[in-house]
Design a protein around this ligand. Structure first.
Ligand code: KDG
Ligand code: MG
Length: 402
């Protein structure tokens, strides 16, 4: 039996911060896991370094399920983003090791191809409608078959999802940037630019939109109804989802499909959303929902209720997470779509990934394991930089969901 000999936690900021776990066995096999929790990175690094590393040394890396149960049940304290991201990193690294030991890419361990490629959507945005339309055109020309559209609400500022640089990076300031929010202005404006996108480019591609938790259930119902003619692939996070029951009201009013889950960390956080068919797509991810082992469990539950997958894939999910996501996406029967935002250029100096893009789809690496390498020497050139996500405030100064 091989044993876990070394466990390292790397925190580096190549264009943005990533926390990466590397497990090495006594026969020299290494596995990588992503442990990045945007704006709370050091909490997960400490959870790993101070609480999980001592538990891993000397253990059998082949016992992935047992390790998951041990770390989850053994903590006594359950769920939550910090715990589940730390467990995810260990789980992902163990799948990487198992693949390398078996000489197979991870998707083969998960049952092999269920499809030829992983449909992805990218992010078009604009500071106004003409610049949004130009950006949609750019993504369609790049070959994307699905595009998310977000535009800045005129005169208000603080709109979610409008890119400034090459990739949209909301965690851009040393302390939280406080941004204004006006629900009525958004509700009046957003349907008009989604209509403009359909008018200009037609219906030959999937159009998505992220509301980013900012509406109440009845406002979300109004929004969903008002964009029905645009035939969105989904409206994402229309209302905060701690109260899963809230989605019943939205559902009663609109046929616009709903996607939820990027901030959820376990099967219990999405249980009613799935079993009561209150959503159409579940957006939980490898990194924030307990790794490949737990995410597959969520996806299997979802399959029973005709809920499809639509995993989060923003810049804060490292190339390790993205590779793991693609292995899972290509193998599960109820795959829907995968978010694909890319990373700042510096990230490519630290992570080498075998994931490829062609014709609007991602394809997994054929190398054994996940097919990602981490260059720790290169990472040293990018020391940790503190960055927070923004905070939203309504026009009266009160805090709103960002
Ligand atoms: O860390 C937060 C981001 O990942 C999030 O704001 C991105 O909502 C997001 C999305 O759909 O990509
Ligand atoms: Mg989102």
């Amino acid at each position: 039996m091989s044993k876990i000999e070394r466990v390292e936690v790397f925190v580096a900021s190549p264009g943005r911060t990533f926390v990466t776990l590397r497990i090495t066995t006594d026969d020299g096999v290494t596995g990588l896991g992503d442990a990045t929790l945007n704006g709370r990175e050091l909490a997960v690094a400490s959870y790993l370094r101070d609480h999980l590393v001592p538990l891993l040394i000397g253990k059998d890396p082949a016992r992935i399920e047992d390790m998951w149960q041990y770390l989850y049940r053994g903590a006594y304290w359950r769920r939550g983003p910090v715990t589940m991201t730390a467990i995810a990193a260990v789980d992902t690294a163990l799948w990487d090791i198992k693949g390398k030991t078996a000489g197979l890419p991870v998707y083969q361990l998960l049952g092999g191809h269920s499809r030829d490629g992983v449909l992805v959507y990218s992010h078009a945005s604009g500071t106004d409608v003409p610049s949004l339309l130009d950006d949609v055109q750019r993504y369609l020309e790049l070959g994307y078959k699905a595009v998310r559209a977000q535009a800045a609400v005129p005169d208000v500022g603080g709109t979610y999802g409008v890119r400034k640089g090459k990739v949209y990076e909301p965690a851009a300031t040393e302390l939280p940037d406080e941004q204004p929010w006006d629900t009525e202005a958004y509700l009046g404006f957003a349907p008009t630019y989604l209509e403009a996108v359909r008018e200009r480019f037609g219906f030959g591609f999937h159009l998505l939109h992220d509301v980013h938790h900012r509406l109440t259930p009845i406002e979300a119902a109004r929004f969903g109804k008002s964009v029905e003619a645009c035939r969105l692939f989904w409206m994402e996070d229309p209302t905060p989802a701690e109260n899963q029951e809230a989605f019943r009201l939205i559902r009663q009013h609109t046929t616009t499909p709903i996607a939820v889950g990027e901030v959820m960390n376990s099967i219990w956080d999405v249980q009613h959303l799935i079993t009561e068919q209150l959503i159409d797509y579940v957006r939980t991810t490898v990194v924030h929902a307990g790794g490949i082992t737990h995410l597959r469990r969520i996806f299997d539950l979802a399959a029973l209720y005709q809920v499809r997958t639509g995993s989060h894939g923003a810049t804060d999910l490292s190339p390790v997470s993205m590779a793991a996501a693609v292995h899972l996406d290509i193998s599960v029967p109820n795959f829907g779509i995968q978010e694909h935002m890319g990373h700042p250029d510096e990230a490519a100096e630290v992570f080498r990934t075998g994931v490829t893009f062609a014709d609007g789809m991602l394809h997994p690496s054929e190398e054994p394991g996940l097919g990602v390498e981490y260059d720790e020497k290169a990472a040293e050139r990018f020391p940790y930089q503190q960055r927070y996500l923004p905070v939203a405030r309504r026009l009266d100064g009160s805090v709103h969901d960002w």
